[in-house]
Design a protein. Structure first.
Length: 203
């Protein structure tokens, strides 16, 4: 998993509440277990017509937001069915941070497991950021995870909160496998003691 330290990029405004996982990545794209190639289908039904033409007025199809690295959205982002393909699609598009007043729990947890930083802020603050994001290519935000700050396009700074263990994992690019591998020596020592005391467990 890639580290997340400091991210600077354009933020795409998505002023919608209850954006569910089927809107993020529709069910027909869940057949793959690969994490690549899903970015094209991010928000598929809002970005593309049934015959594959771009829907010009959708935010991620507008020239200013095609390279967006941040999404600013409404309440309850990522609700609906549990599907890890949702953060996979967001990440494959190039988005590393989602800011919203609230998130669905499973989606929120899956973001951290895939190197995406979800930031929950009070709705009035998110509304202000949404208005700034509407500046288009001038809507550049900088998210500093170590400092836990967001530098807005107007230069002012907002602080956000994050659980220390999640912060540590993102800063070091550690998913659950990576966190486990950091304990290899401890696991090996335990297995050696157990093998000596209870050899029958090892055949």
């Amino acid at each position: 998993m890639d580290t997340f330290t400091t991210l600077t990029g354009v933020a795409a405004p998505l002023p919608m509440i209850n954006v569910d996982t089927d809107m993020i990545i529709p069910k027909q794209f869940l057949k793959t277990i690969k994490r690549t190639g899903l970015g094209r289908h991010l928000f598929n039904d809002m970005r593309w017509t049934p015959d594959g033409r771009e829907i010009a007025d959708f935010v991620l199809n507008r020239p200013a937001y095609r390279q967006a690295k941040v999404v600013i959205a409404g309440d309850n982002f990522g609700c609906g069915s549990s599907r890890e393909h949702a953060p996979w699609a967001i990440l494959d598009f190039g988005i590393r941070c989602v800011i919203a007043p609230s998130f669905a729990d499973i989606f929120f947890n899956n973001c951290f497991k895939n190197g995406i930083l979800p930031i929950a802020l009070p709705k009035p603050v998110v509304d202000d950021l949404m208005r700034e994001a509407e500046l288009g290519s001038n809507a550049t935000f900088t998210i500093d995870l170590e400092a836990q700050t967001i530098v807005r396009p107007n230069g002012t700074t907002i602080r956000f909160e994050i659980e220390p263990s999640r912060k540590h994992a993102l800063l070091n690019g550690l998913d659950e496998v990576g966190l486990t591998l950091r304990k290899v020596a401890t696991i090996g020592a335990f297995e050696a003691r157990q093998r000596a005391a209870e050899p029958w467990l090892y055949g």
